[in-house]
Design a protein around this ligand. Structure first.
Ligand code: SAM
Length: 202
């Protein structure tokens, strides 16, 4: 990852969402992006130029644009029409974002569009986040990495966040993914946890 002093940045065309710039670099704000928060907390996987990424819950493409600055190709899935309009604009200005308007609960609909990926990033904030992840893990290469941003209150507002967190870890494990690190995103995002898993090689 690229840091200028203690500021996380990415190198690409700016002006995507009025982000700040430092010289030629785009500032990646941990309060606006859970993935940036993960890097500020000293965790996460290094994004590299050879990586293909499947990104679920692309919204209007702010985090997607930073991921695309670091990687080879980002397949960006979003189902809501309004953010999709912004995402199309972001994709238009970069040559490595493939916007896909689809429901992430139905990966069979975009199977023809997506290749095997090195990183599966999931930020859909839905009650069935673990199930959606497992269904989409068919696209993840063996040895690849999953990063799940878990919004515990979206899963079950009545449950203790720690309980939701433990249940999600168990579901991911039973779905064939091996958790390697997990942490709360405080102080950047409340009631959000990041879970990083790998898909075993055999
Ligand atoms: N990842 C974004 C970022 O960092 O800029 C923020 C994502 S926002 C928390 C969650 C997004 O997931 C929303 O835009 C929502 O429309 C989308 N979403 C929720 N359920 C979805 C589904 N089943 N399929 C596709 N997109 C979904």
């Amino acid at each position: 990852m690229i840091w200028i002093g203690d500021v996380l940045v990415s190198k690409g065309e700016g002006g995507v969402y009025n982000e700040r710039t430092l010289g030629e670099a785009r500032v990646w704000d941990p309060y606006r992006s859970k993935l940036a928060a993960l890097y500020y907390l000293g965790k996460g996987v290094e994004l590299t130029p050879d990586m293909c990424v499947l990104y679920l819950g692309a919204a209007n493409g702010t985090t997607v644009s930073h991921v695309a600055d670091y990687t080879n190709t980002v397949y960006a899935v979003e189902f809501a029409p309004r953010p999709m309009q912004d995402l199309l604009e972001v994709a238009h200005r970069r040559n490595n974002i493939v916007p896909i308007m689809a429901d992430a609960t139905r990966p069979e609909l975009y199977t023809p569009l997506v290749e095997a990926v090195d990183l599966l990033y999931q930020d859909v904030a839905q009650p069935d986040q673990a199930a959606i992840t497992i269904r989409n893990s068919v696209f993840l290469k063996r040895g690849g990495t999953l990063i799940l941003m878990l919004k515990t209150r979206s899963v079950d507002i009545r449950k203790n966040p720690a309980e939701v967190f433990e249940e999600t870890l168990a579901l991911l494990s039973s779905g064939g993914l091996t958790p390697i690190e997990s942490l709360w995103l405080e102080p950047y995002h409340h009631d959000h946890a990041a879970i990083v898993c790998t898909k075993p090689r055999d």
